[in-house]
Design a protein around this ligand. Structure first.
Ligand code: FAD
Ligand code: UDP
Length: 405
């Protein structure tokens, strides 16, 4: 009998698995329907021996010391600051928009003060900033919005920025200085030997068993467990009871080229040309030396593996219904980008998983009931019994619903 079945071996599942095993001595089964661990952060050496990210570029950055310290137990780091160029009006210019972007684009020689005035002169007044269009036009006006944001966003999301929550384009700042880094977080680094190697260490605990190529439905009737941590899409867990939650997908086209360097920076964004949004050259990210180089193109898709929750009010409404259902499902904890329908970066998922672990741990700790101490583990047993009631063999029934016995 496993104490926990963990569905998904990405950041959410692996962090909780590691904590439960190492801190609470729980017996954990981590399973994933994919043939590998590390979820979307999975990296591997391709046929030419170049380290690539199968599911697109993953750059680690965080302001959280806790998250950085936590992951540092499982990896050394390679300092790395990410830089992106955007192809606009036939030129490659820094993205996020900064002083150099404006000077290069318009052939000017503005200072930081001048560019601040420039932005003010072109910015549109917006009463309440609600959408992803509002965010940008209120800072840099319509022309720059159209050159850098409108078409990229339409391509990436299949939606106009005016239909998307403000949080989406708010991810990309606008600067009046010459800082051309994509992120300004305190900690910016890549796992020295890659993400998969870091996950291998995280999951290398004797209490953790891993099963790959397995959808959790396949083992529900076979492997007994007390509780579940679910990190897949939340709507799928509940058989789309309230309808399908939109997740945006991507197709990745990987290529290896017979030359050591291809791009002038790690990533080039194409807001206005091509069906793909961006091209990434992995050697910038990994620092690997090799006489060939590998790149990936990202083509946004409506159908396919779910990669991005789509932040817009209608979807938030649907998600809230699933959230209520999730909260009312005993014995199952929903964690991660797909299960909580949040456009989270890796560090945010790690933080969410650590905080969920703390809640699980607190539930199992002794507490005062009518002045008497309840022994550690009793609550867990109670939950286990509840799970027992749902099915014949100690597993919550499929999708948390009553199972025919
Ligand atoms: P996932 O990694 O998606 O893991 C969930 C796992 O559950 C999957 O492996 C899936 O196979 C498994 N699963 C689902 N359903 C089932 C089932 N029924 N049975 C068994 N297994 C199941 N973040 C950053 O911080 N920096 C970046 O640069 C960055 N770049 C990104 C680029 C792209 C193209 C994408 C898509 C995301 C990027 N992210 C980035 C976000 C990052 O990928 C996520 O924050 C993180 O991987 C989410 O982890 P997770 O465990 O919640 O989900
Ligand atoms: N974006 C854009 N133009 C760009 C870069 C980003 O319009 O050159 C918008 C787009 O809507 C994108 C969002 O900003 O989805 C967030 O960008 P980010 O680079 O954070 O996206 P991610 O790396 O998560 O795909």
């Amino acid at each position: 009998m496993f104490d926990y079945l963990i569905v998904g071996a990405g950041f959410a599942g692996s962090v909780i698995a590691e904590r439960l095993a190492s801190q609470l001595d729980k017996k954990v089964l981590v399973l994933d329907k994919r043939p590998h661990i590390a979820g979307n952060a999975y990296d591997h050496y391709n046929e030419e021996g170049i380290l690539v990210h199968k599911y697109g570029p993953h750059i680690f950055h965080t302001n959280s010391r806790d998250v950085f310290d936590y992951l540092s137990q499982f990896t050394e780091w390679r300092p790395y600051e990410h830089r992106v160029l955007a192809s606009v009006d036939g030129q490659l210019v820094p993205m996020p928009i900064n002083l150099d972007t404006i000077n290069k684009l318009y052939g000017l020689n503005l200072t930081s003060f001048d560019v601040n005035d420039f932005f003010k002169s072109v910015a549109e007044e917006v009463d309440t900033i609600r959408t992803s269009e509002d965010v940008v036009v209120s800072k840099v006006g319509r022309e720059l919005y159209e050159k850098f944001f409108r078409n990229y966003t339409r391509k990436q999301w299949g939606l106009d920025p005016s239909e998307l929550d403000k949080s989406v384009t708010s991810r990309v700042p606008v600067r009046t200085n010459r800082d051309d880094r994509y992120f300004t977080d305190t900690y910016q680094a890549m796992p020295l030997h890659g993400y998969t190697a870091m996950f291998e260490k995280m999951l290398a605990h004797p209490n953790i068993k891993i099963m790959l190529n397995t959808d959790y439905h396949e083992i529900l009737d076979v492997i007994p467990f007390r509780e579940m941590i679910y990190t897949g899409p939340v709507d799928e867990y509940f058989d789309f009871k309230y309808g399908k939650l939109p997740y945006r997908s991507l197709q990745f086209k990987h290529e290896t080229l017979e030359k050591p360097v291809h791009l002038p920076s790690a990533v080039v964004n194409y807001p206005n040309e091509h069906a793909y949004t961006r091209v990434t050259e992995f050697k910038y990210l990994t620092g690997q030396q090799h006489n060939k180089t590998s790149i990936v193109y990202e083509y946004p898709m409506a159908e396919g593996d779910p990669y991005y929750p789509v932040p817009k009010p209608e979807n938030a409404e649907i998600y809230n219904k699933y959230k209520k259902l999730a909260e009312a499902t005993p014995g199952v904890t929903f964690v991660g980008r797909l299960a909580t329908y949040r456009y989270y970066n890796m560090d945010q998922v790690v933080a969410q998983a650590l905080s969920q672990f703390k809640k699980i741990k607190a539930k199992g700790e002794p507490e005062q009931v009518d002045g008497a101490k309840v022994e550690l583990g009793q609550k867990g047993v109670a939950l286990g019994n509840r799970a027992l009631e749902a099915g014949s063999n100690g597993k919550p029934s499929k999708n948390g619903k009553e199972k025919a016995m």
